[in-house]
Design a protein around this ligand. Structure first.
Ligand SMILES: Nc1ncnc2c1ncn2[C@@H]1O[C@H](COP(=O)(O)OP(=O)(O)OP(=O)(O)O)[C@@H](O)[C@H]1O
Ligand SMILES: [Mg+2]
Length: 218
């Protein structure tokens, strides 16, 4: 599903230049649930942004769903919109929109109107009861579930999650992890999750460790 080969990424220039990814290789199989762990600042989020086509690498290749991703910004944006879904540590829901409208955002930007599908997903993620509520009137756990619905609405080939339980208490973390595990096993959803939590990583099929911009153990 995903092949990343020889990824390099730096930020800044001259003396303040930080070399974040240093020739990183990673393969994720279709239907796999992979957890990425590693110390703060080792480049986990940067890796997720590169494989999620939000930023381009300075060098190296990304192959997604059997295709080599080119360097053209418009092609990357198109592939990102069709193939990738993101769940963040801060759920980034839009405060003035209802749960249903938040979840439908990724369809709206593609000109699709499929409220039936959104309601079905809200139901299967256990948050149908908040469909008409705004984020301020939902619990933190409900907000993260709605964020998962939003990430899945356009049926992405690859679901990426950056510390999805980072802002959740232990009960909500456990139930979100069960949800992700379920999405992986029942829908065969390929999933890459960054986490600092050993409990979260234990839900994955495979755990890799990242250090200084490289995968050190796979
Ligand atoms: N846009 C940017 N401009 C400059 N430096 C950046 C940028 N993004 C990330 N960095 C730097 O790159 C390094 C890796 O950052 P990254 O966010 O990938 O780490 P991380 O492993 O996700 O850390 P954490 O576990 O704390 O989230 C850090 O030193 C960070 O300061
Ligand atoms: Mg990070």
């Amino acid at each position: 599903m995903l092949i990343a080969a020889g990824l390099h990424k730096s930020f800044g220039k001259g003396r303040s230049k930080v070399h974040v990814l240093r020739g990183l290789d990673l393969r994720v199989k279709r239907g796999e649930f992979l957890a990425v762990m590693g110390p703060s600042g080792c480049g986990k989020s940067t890796l997720l942004h590169v494989i999620g086509l939000m930023t381009s690498p300075d060098a190296g290749e990304v192959h997604l769903d059997g295709r080599r991703v080119g360097s053209s910004e418009s092609e990357r944006a198109r592939l990102r919109r069709s193939h990738v879904g993101f769940v963040f540590q801060r759920f980034n829901l839009i405060s003035v929109l209802s749960a249903r409208d938040n979840a439908a955002i990724s369809l709206r930007v593609r000109g699709l109107q499929r409220n039936g599908r959104i309601d079905e997903l809200l139901t299967s993620m256990g948050v149908a009861h908040v469909a008409d509520r705004k984020p301020g009137d939902m619990s933190i756990g409900e907000q993260q579930r709605v964020a998962v619905v939003r990430a899945l609405a356009h049926e992405p080939a690859l679901l990426l999650a950056d510390e999805p339980t980072g802002n959740l208490d232990s009960d909500n973390s456990r139930s979100l992890l069960e949800l992700l595990r379920d999405i992986n096993t029942r829908r065969g959803q390929t999933l890459v999750m960054i986490t600092h939590s050993a409990d979260a990583a234990a839900c994955a099929d495979r755990v890799v460790q990242m250090k200084d911009g490289l995968i050190v153990d796979r």
